[in-house]
Every structure is written in structure tokens, then in C-alpha cells.
Design a protein around this ligand. Structure first.
Ligand SMILES: [Zn+2]
Length: 390
């Protein structure tokens, strides 16, 4: 496939192509934003890609400021400080620039920029979102710099509640960015291990959405194609970071994974959310380690779907075991460890993790019903590396 500039409007307006970052001023104009707040994270703020974005805005005569006090797992304080910065400088829109952390923080700052209620009032429970003042939500432009989270096409964010040591999902339909700029040149400098972790996260989104129960052929179709694209292009992007075609395809596949997971996620995310909150480890890395164990545990419920997926991936054998074998091989190729123990997580907190994972919003959409004991068992297996215990 030759990369060329393309625009489409599903599930939101997407401007795709190498060098499309140059259209950032145009996107502000289209969204009616005159003074954007550019939100990014602490690591990114020092990089050339941010300097370029700032230069492009300056040259277009757009007045803006930058907010980058965002941790890897963004917290309530990161959001509230951002809201204060937004108000103090008189902004009228948000540019979410970065990976999942920056984008989730940015989207939440946009939500909270004009609300009188507190942040946790908008946790994704029941009809909470209907209590938001819709006119108090700032317009959002999103520019992903990793191919994983897909937060650029999502209507929710994950924010850490430090008091309860738990991650909460904040949701509002207007948190969906109005314009997304997908520019593969922005991910060229991404280190190989981040490429691997975020890329497998995107794959997990697509796999968990595909095997989630429920009737949603649209989401399943998108999920299957995303998995196929990631299987093809992730090793290429990992081995050669400058491969623009692979970078572009991975960015689009990550957006597709997030589009698909409106259908639901599953036990990989249920547990990864808890471990991210307790041990402050990277979300993608946790998911990448957990994936084969979750597939093994779900095997009774997913055999038929895994049979189809293995044909799509042109594997020699078909079924869940074949997919697990494929994932183990892919992980090896991407230098991803096989056990949680290797990244310093032991099973001291297994009971608690089983219980809180059960309450995670991803659990009800797991491929088959799981209780807290099942999730504890899954976690223990991933700590030890014992696929056969499941
Ligand atoms: Zn994820």
C-alpha cells in the first residue's frame, strides 16, 4: 500500500497522512478554536515533535500555551491543575498531543473546563454523564504519538484515583475529539520497546472486543481487520522505526482497536487496570504479558472465534491453542517478558487484585463470566508463568 493523505469521518473526522501535523492550524480553524491549550506529558514535552507542533502554531499566528504536568498514569491532580491552567490563560479548546496518558488527561481537562461538579461525578457508571453541562466541554483535537491506546477515537479516559489506588473511567460522548490528525512521522522516533508494548495493547483491545459476548458485527469486523494489520505491521515497526508505512498502519489499527472496544474489553484489562494503579507499570506491557493467560482461561468460550482468527492470520494450525502459540512467538520477537515476576510483580496482593479486578468495568464484557477467584487465579498464573494452571 502506498501512503497517501486521506480524510474520513468514521468514527470521527480523521486526517491521515505523513506530514499532516502541518494541518494543525487548519484543524483549530475548523473547530473554532482561537486559543488552544496544548496538553502533553512530561516525557514528550522535551521532544522535537512538540517543538515542531509549537512552531507550526506560532507560524500560523495562533496563540497557545502548553500544559505537560501529566504522569504516566494521569491523576485527578494532573487534570485539576490542567483545568486551572486552562481557565487562567483563557483557552477555548484543547489539543491532545501524545500517547494514552496525555490524551486521557487532555480529554478530561476539556470535559472539566466548564463544569461545576467534581471529576468523580463523571465516572462511567449508569447515567452519570448526563449530569455534565454540555456547553462546558471544550472542543478537542487529538494527535496520537503512539499506536496503542486509541484514545483519540474514544469517548472516555482512564484517571487514577490516588486515594483509593484505583483507576476510574471518566465518560462523556463529547469527549470524542472532533478532529484527529494521524501522522506516521510523529511516531518514527518512538523507542522499539514502547512501539512493542503500545502495539500489543492495541492488539489486546481488538482481541478482547472480538471475543466479548454480545451481538455487534460492526465492532467485530473492525477488530478482526485491526488484528490482521497489527500482526503484519507491528514486527515491521518494531524492527525499523522509520518504516512509515508500518507506522501509519499501526496508528490506524490502534484507532480501529479502540473503535471496536465499544463492544467491551475483558479480563486482560480488568487485571492490568489494577496492576497499573498499584505498581505503576506501563499499561501496554502489563497487557502484553497477561494476554496469553487470559486466552487460555477463556478457551471454552472462544474456540470458534479463535478458529476464524487463526485463518485470517494464515496460521498453520487453527483454534485457541494456535493463537496462543502465535502470541507467545510474537511476544518473544518483541522482547516482551513471559511473566509478571520478571517486571517485579509478585502475588502478595493476589486476593485483593482478584477482588478489585472483578469490580473493574471490563469484567462484565469478558468472553465468559469470571468471578474474583477466577481473576485471582489468572493473575497468579501470569506472575508464575504457568499457562497450564488455567
Ligand atoms: Zn488498553
Amino acid at each position: 500500500m502506498k501512503l497517501r493523505n486521506t480524510n474520513w469521518n468514521y468514527p470521527t473526522t480523521i486526517w491521515f497522512g505523513a506530514g499532516r501535523i502541518n494541518d494543525l492550524p487548519l484543524s483549530c480553524q475548523k473547530m473554532g478554536i482561537k486559543k488552544p491549550l496544548l496538553v502533553t506529558d512530561k516525557g514528550l514535552v522535551k521532544l522535537d515533535i512538540i517543538e515542531d507542533a509549537k512552531r507550526i502554531l506560532k507560524e500560523a499566528g495562533i496563540d497557545f500555551t502548553v500544559y505537560s504536568d501529566v504522569q504516566g498514569n494521569p491523576t485527578e491532580a494532573n487534570v485539576l491543575n490542567g483545568v486551572a491552567h486552562y481557565a487562567k490563560n483563557g483557552h477555548d479548546g484543547v489539543i491532545a498531543f501524545g500517547g494514552g496518558s496525555a490524551m486521557d488527561a487532555a480529554k478530561t481537562i476539556a470535559l472539566m473546563s466548564g463544569q461545576s461538579r467534581s471529576l468523580w461525578d463523571f465516572e462511567d457508571v449508569g447515567e452519570n454523564w448526563t449530569h455534565a453541562d454540555i456547553n462546558g466541554i471544550a472542543p478537542i483535537i487529538a494527535i496520537p504519538t503512539t499506536a496503542g491506546t486509541g484514545s483519540e477515537v474514544g469517548r472516555a479516559s482512564v484517571i487514577l484515583d490516588e486515594k483509593l489506588q484505583t483507576k476510574k473511567i471518566i465518560f462523556h460522548p463529547k469527549m470524542l475529539p472532533g478532529i484527529v490528525i494521524i501522522d506516521p512521522e510523529l511516531t518514527v522516533g518512538l523507542p522499539a520497546h514502547i512501539t512493542a508494548w503500545t502495539g500489543v495493547d492495541a492488539m489486546v483491545h481488538a482481541i478482547e472486543a472480538y471475543i466479548a459476548p454480545g451481538y455487534h458485527p460492526m465492532a467485530e469486523g473492525i477488530a478482526i481487520e485491526a488484528i490482521r494489520m497489527i500482526a503484519k505491521y507491528l514486527p515491521r515497526a518494531f524492527n525499523n522505526g522509520s518504516d512509515l508505512e508500518a507506522r501509519g498502519q499501526m496508528l490506524v489499527a490502534a484507532s480501529m482497536g479502540a473503535t471496536a472496544f465499544q463492544k467491551g474489553l475483558g479480563s486482560v484489562h480488568s487485571i492490568a487496570h489494577q496492576l497499573g494503579a498499584i505498581y505503576n507499570k506501563e499499561h501496554g506491557l502489563l497487557n502484553a504479558i497477561l494476554l496469553p493467560y487470559a486466552l487460555k482461561q477463556n478457551k471454552p468460550a472462544i474456540e470458534e472465534k479463535m478458529g476464524y482468527l487463526s485463518k485470517v492470520l494464515e496460521l498453520q494450525k487453527h483454534g485457541t491453542d494456535a493463537i496462543i502459540e502465535y502470541i507467545l512467538q510474537l511476544r518473544k520477537e518483541l522482547n516482551i517478558p513471559h511473566t509478571l515476576k520478571e517486571i517485579g510483580i509478585n502475588d502478595d496482593e493476589a486476593k485483593r487484585i482478584g477482588k478489585t479486578a472483578f469490580l473493574d468495568p471490563s469484567t462484565p464484557s469478558n468472553a465468559m463470566p469470571l468471578n474474583a477467584d477466577d481473576l485471582e487465579k489468572l493473575f497468579r498464573a501470569a506472575v508464575k508463568g504457568d499457562l497450564n494452571s488455567l
